[in-house]
Design a protein around this ligand. Structure first.
Ligand code: NAP
Length: 489
């Protein structure tokens, strides 16, 4: 089979319909929309375009399935997740290719994401049987307290395009484990991964109505009426802070439980005592994972002035050697950005920094070809006034900013409304603890360029979000606590 035939085959195999109440069906209106390959700009296929009417059919299914699903044995819920984990891993190569085609990331990274995504199912298959309550005696010795944990109820899940599979499993895994039903709305640029995931869960034995998937070009028209309906009890969102704010407002009407995984503006601090090789390696990971299109991407690289020039030289050398191209091709390390708008935004931020005095060490321009390529770029002497100091770049651009004192570095790192992750490179143990404590972030990568791990609590503070995903606490977001006061014992 030729490479092109295999690409066609993995796209053809995925259902292009809506998944509602355990059935695949067209949108009521018959409408469809196009899915593009960002590395060529060509159309891969068309998928169903859901309307409000379809959304209510999904909500009806979720509401109808909720009582039975809540009563399903936890072990069986866990077994479904475990089977889905195994199916994801068995089909890792095909699913990775599908993801690369619709999103652009290099195949090796897409394979990594499938494994990361699957791990949320394995983790929560284990958590499903460890939902614990409590029993205690009142302080005055006269009553007993029985504490139970129950599923929140039907959930609305909204996911972004940058990690099309993992952002889904990070929500679906704990929701299944907790006994919640769901309506998932994936990003319109990457519907195929979500549709493939729904089919895997169906095959793994997920009962009808527990999960519905609505692909749509009308995000607000599909999700807002459901949030205001009253039957949805939980809203879990991953995406930009601007959209997150809107969804929080909409969720206020029905006083919904909310989880918000929002934008970032991660500082990456390299102190004079850092292991420079490790810091450069960490910066490559923190900056270039997912073509820089990650909420955890290093957005501002602060380096002590005594080593800034050497750090920039080494980072520039590494960045200049990266191979830019179509993610399906051998040896490609950097794929295209998601669309033309994203590329324009990145170019605008680079131009703005340069107009304010920054110097381009490497890159600084769009890549060749029909896709939305942007060259791996290193900027030095980036002034604080540059727009990219306060804006999520979401592209392969590494701005280096020198600092002189620890206080100055921490103050600069915290000088943002975001607080998702911060990175710190130092070999001084006291400084490592001091700075980790002082950073306003939900996560700190200490001498480590990647923090994402299904067994660790992922999430941000300030405008980066509310709640945590993954780890022991991830399931709590989908559980209510009920207390029964027992008298007369
Ligand atoms: P986005 O524009 O906020 O979109 C995210 C999702 O929200 C998409 O499914 C989108 O649908 C939907 N959406 C947009 N407007 C909506 C509305 N009015 N009502 C309901 N849903 C709406 O973000 P993005 O550009 O896809 O993703 C990038 C952002 O996500 C970045 O800021 C990044 O930092 C953040 N992110 C955060 C995390 C985290 O864990 N903290 C992880 C990954 C990404 P459409 O596709 O149809 O527009």
């Amino acid at each position: 089979m030729t490479v092109a035939d295999r690409e066609t085959q993995v796209v053809e195999r995925v259902s292009k319909q809506l998944f509602i109440g355990g059935q695949w069906r067209d949108a009521k209106s018959g409408a469809t929309f196009k899915v593009e390959d960002p590395s060529t700009g060509s159309v891969l296929c068309e998928v169903a375009d859901a309307s409000t009417e379809d959304a209510f059919a999904a909500l009806d299914a979720a509401a109808a399935a909720q009582p039975t699903w809540a009563a399903y044995p936890p072990r069986e819920r866990g077994e479904i997740l475990r089977r889905a984990y195994e199916l994801l891993m068995e089909r890792q190569d095909d699913l990775a290719l599908l993801m690369t085609l619709e999103m652009g990331k290099p195949l090796a990274e897409a394979k990594g994401e499938i494994a990361y995504a699957a791990e949320f199912f394995r983790w929560f298959s284990e958590e499903a049987v460890r939902i614990e309550g409590g029993f205690s005696l009142a302080p005055n010795g006269q009553a007993r307290f029985l504490i139970m944990r129950q599923p929140v109820g039907p959930c609305m899940l909204i996911t972004p395009w940058n990690f099309p599979m993992a952002m889904g499993t990070r929500k679906i895994g704990p929701a299944i484990a907790a006994g919640c039903t769901m309506v998932l709305k994936p990003a319109q640029q990457t519907p195929l991964s979500a549709l493939a995931l729904a089919d895997i869960l169906r095959e793994a034995g997920l009962p009808e109505g527990v999960l519905s998937v609505l692909t749509t070009t009308n995000a607000g028209g599909v999700t807002e009426p459901l949030l205001r309906d009253g039957r949805i009890r939980k809203m879990s969102f991953t995406g930009s802070t601007a959209v997150g704010r809107k969804l929080l407002e909409q969720s206020a009407d029905q006083v919904l439980r909310t989880s918000m995984e929002l934008g970032g503006n991660a500082p990456f601090l390299v102190f004079a005592d850092a292991d420079l090789d490790a810091a450069v390696e960490g910066a490559m990971q923190a900056k270039m994972r997912n073509i820089g299109e990650a909420c955890t991407a290093a957005n501002r690289i602060y380096v002590h002035s005594s080593i800034a020039a050497e750090f920039a030289r080494r980072l520039g050398e590494r960045m200049s050697k990266l191979t830019l191209g179509r993610g399906t091709e051998d040896g490609v390390q950097v794929g295209p950005l998601i669309d033309a708008k994203a590329r324009e935004k990145v170019q605008g931020l680079v131009d703005d920094a340069v107009s304010r005095g920054a110097k381009v060490l490497v890159g600084g321009a769009a890549g060749d070809g029909d896709g939305y390529f942007y060259q791996p770029t290193v900027l030095t002497d980036v002034p604080k006034s540059s727009e990219l100091s306060s804006t999520e770049i979401f592209g392969p651009v590494a701005p280096i900013i020198p600092f002189d004192t620890e206080e100055e570095a921490v103050a600069a790192a915290n000088d943002t409304e975001y607080g998702l992750v911060s990175y710190v490179y130092t070999q001084d143990l006291s400084r490592a603890f001091r700075v980790s404590e002082a950073l306003e972030a939900g996560m700190v990568g200490l001498n480590q360029g990647i923090v994402s791990n299904p067994a660790a609590p992922f999430g941000g503070v300030k405008h980066s979000g509310l709640g945590r995903e993954g780890s022991r606490v991830g399931i709590d977001e989908f559980l209510e606590t009920k207390y029964v006061g027992i008298g007369g014992v």
